[in-house]
Write a protein that binds this ligand. Structure first.
Ligand code: PLP
Length: 392
């Protein structure tokens, strides 16, 4: 990347969208910001970004408000076509329109997936550390949670295939996979995914592949939907996706599952029926506009996130007692603070004025997760506070 003398990347001169201005999110009922209301703590925890949504999306929402009627809403037919085209164009994956099931969020999808497969008491596998709802969904669904730790290999978290095989029993029905992975920031390669999926096929284990971060890959790695690997893997896979992370729309609750196998899809729809609400009118409008008109915004966002990722990696490298792996995808840094031997790393950094996520909640005690989806000024201030705290 080319930098100007002041340290800013050269491409910023050519940027159309504004990722620089800080937007005041206090007193907006923001989950992220309200946690520290009235305190001098920069919230860098839950995974939403401090950037405005693409202006194209905001205009579409304004048009809907001007229309004024906010009735029950169907998924726009064109949105299904857009998704089918996008899967083909972005990932080379041929998806049939009837495979798509709309959802008011991915966490809903994780919980439905656990209920749609097997019986109460059956086992659901997840690889840790992982986004906490992966750990709670099996339990909330009356299933047994089984965890397999990811292992470090040459500065990367990878799947321990032997441990994965060993963890599978006659009661294992489902593996919930996170690709790209929150919190470790891996964008798994095709061959890694293929090995995981083959192990599941051998043991007749269904895969729920959460791919919400699939359009936030910062390195030169092609996202591979697990289900796109082969038709036999597709028949055993439920994919969860959403425009919410890519376009910063998580408060609009619009997501979808792609389930090629008819039996699996009917079970999923069966446990959803009568309980899970439809996506709301704004969610569909935002999704359609984001997927059709906000690609330039998305492109510039990725440049911004790469720059922020580099800042975080440099700061952590210079901070005594902290270390991290390279972040290939997401806007989340998984920082190892174990060398500091802190009783409560989250509380320590809060005291220093930075609100991070607690590693233990992801089954990663001693780690913290830092959200770097924010303007540079906010990020630099947060990193500065972290560095001063560990130096002290
Ligand atoms: C892997 C993963 N899945 C799901 C979600 C949440 O999805 P939703 O807000 O649609 O429930 C997140 C949010 O951080 C996530 O990182």
């Amino acid at each position: 990347m080319d930098y100007q003398d002041n340290g800013n990347p050269k491409f910023w001169c050519d940027m159309t969208y504004n990722f620089e201005s800080t937007v005041d999110r206090t007193l907006t009922s923001s989950l992220k910001w309200d946690l520290y209301r009235g305190q001098d703590i920069i919230p860098m925890w839950v995974a939403d970004m401090d950037f405005k949504a693409p202006p194209e999306v905001l205009e579409a929402l304004q048009r809907r408000i001007e229309h004024g009627v906010l009735g029950y809403t169907l998924p726009p037919e064109v949105l299904t076509d857009v998704l089918v085209d996008r899967m083909k164009q972005f990932y080379g994956w041929t998806v049939e329109p009837q495979w798509i099931v709309w959802l008011p969020g991915l966490v809903v999808g994780l919980n439905l997936a656990c209920r749609a497969v097997g019986q109460p008491g059956d086992e659901v596998l997840v690889m840790t550390p992982v986004y906490p709802p992966f750990l709670s969904a099996p339990v909330l669904s009356g299933r047994q949670l089984k965890t397999v730790p990811l292992i470090q290999d040459q500065g990367r978290f990878v799947v321990d295939e032997a441990a994965l095989r060993a963890a599978m029993t006659d009661r294992t029905r489902l593996l919930i996979l996170c690709n790209p992975h929150n919190p470790v920031g891996r964008a798994f390669e095709k061959q890694e995914l293929d090995s995981i999926a083959r192990i599941c096929l051998e043991r007749n284990v269904v895969i729920c592949s959460d791919e919400v971060h699939c359009d936030l890959i910062l390195d030169d790695i092609q996202h591979t939907p697990t289900a796109s690997l082969s038709s036999d893997i597709a028949a055993k896979t439920m994919t969860l996706m959403s425009p919410s992370k890519t376009f910063n729309l998580p408060g609009l609750n619009c997501a979808f599952a792609i389930i090629p196998d008819g039996t699996l899809r009917r079970r999923f729809e069966g446990v959803k029926a009568g309980i899970v609400p439809n996506v709301n009118v704004f969610g569909y409008d935002a999704a359609l506009t984001a997927y059709t008109r906000a690609e330039a915004w998305h492109h510039e966002l990725l440049e911004r996130l790469r720059f922020n990722r580099d800042l975080v990696e440099q700061a952590v490298a210079q901070a005594p007692g902290l270390s991290m792996n390279h972040v290939e995808a997401t806007y989340l840094a998984w920082i190892d603070a174990r060398a500091l031997d802190l009783a409560d790393p989250k509380a320590f950094f809060e005291k220093a004025g930075v609100g991070v996520s607690k590693g233990a909640d992801f089954h990663g005690p001693g780690f913290i997760r830092l959200n770097f989806g924010c303007p540079e000024a906010t990020l630099r201030q947060g990193l500065d506070r972290i560095q001063k705290a560990v130096q002290a």
